[in-house]
Design a protein around this ligand. Sequence first.
Ligand code: UFG
Length: 332
Amino acid sequence: MSGSGPDHVLVTGGAGYIGSHACKALKAAGFVPVTFDNLVTGWQEAVKFGPFVQGDLLDRAAVDAAFAAWKPVAVMHFAALSQVGESMSQPGKYWRNNVLGSLNLIEAACAAGCLDFVFSSTCATYGDQDNVVLDEGTAQHPINAYGASKRAIEDVLRDFGVSHGLRSVIFRYFNVAGGDPDAEVGEFHRPETHLIPLMLDAIDGRRGALTIFGTDYPTPDGTCIRDYVHVCDLVDAHVLGLRWLQANKGSRVFNLGTGTGFSVREVVAASRSVTNRDVPMVEGPRRAGDCTKLVSGSTRAAAELGWTPHRSDMATMIADAWRWHQSGHYSR
Ligand code: UFG
């Protein structure tokens, strides 16, 4: 805590799915989360836990002004475009928004002397390495522009660590799922592309049947395998990462996954059981860009941050997502 009250943390993308949950966790941990968001994919109604600055990371003056106004002690950087398919058809949009926006933010943070930086990266930076244990030392070979843009930002953070003493914790997420158990905030994308919210929409008739993308993968049931982690556990790791930065001198990379993989069919079966409803679905072809299996092979976050996921069992993730799904959504 600073002399003038609780510490402020600048949360880019604080109006989005993961960022809004992070704001709730930061507030509970005694920080003031200051959301900086352009509302292109975020929702103003999701900004409930601290001040809001509407701005774009590509507007360097707006970013500088936010540092000057709020004097944050740290940055949590979630703001990004994150649709893998779109990143392949419009790579310029991803490189400009994600990489140039992050560069503005990193330069502004360094100029303001705000040198603790928590970054939202992704297992998509590893690419398709089906028979490799994915830990933080695994070589990164992204197969889409989204993953490539995130890896580039990791490189920028390392370079500014050398040149400006910027300290970073980089989290490489696996598949984030679930929602706030109180349903104050939750997952809501427009358009929606993620398995669990699409499945819940299909279950309650908000859209047609779920399409299973590919049933001929070399997995036990033919469908892709992912490592799902509850958003509340994920953001708890961010608070631990922030504390780590405040107590340590260096920078560190952590995978955030549970190490357990679920196939698409297994997620469908769990949803059927949690909601006690049928899941309308059809089998379709593979989706371009999908890896067969992405499961974290790392225990570093547990060992070094003391991170223990509490809600990342599949039934709890789906139950929390279902509660939010039924409680209403944001709107514009
Ligand atoms: N899936 C379907 N039908 C759907 C939607 C998804 O079968 O309608 C399947 C996908 O093929 C995949 C699994 O469900 O096998 C999970 O798909 P999601 O779209 O929910 O998640 P992804 O694994 O594609 O993407 C997630 C993040 C990305 C990140 C990526 C890393 O959402 O931001 O992991 O691979 F880049």
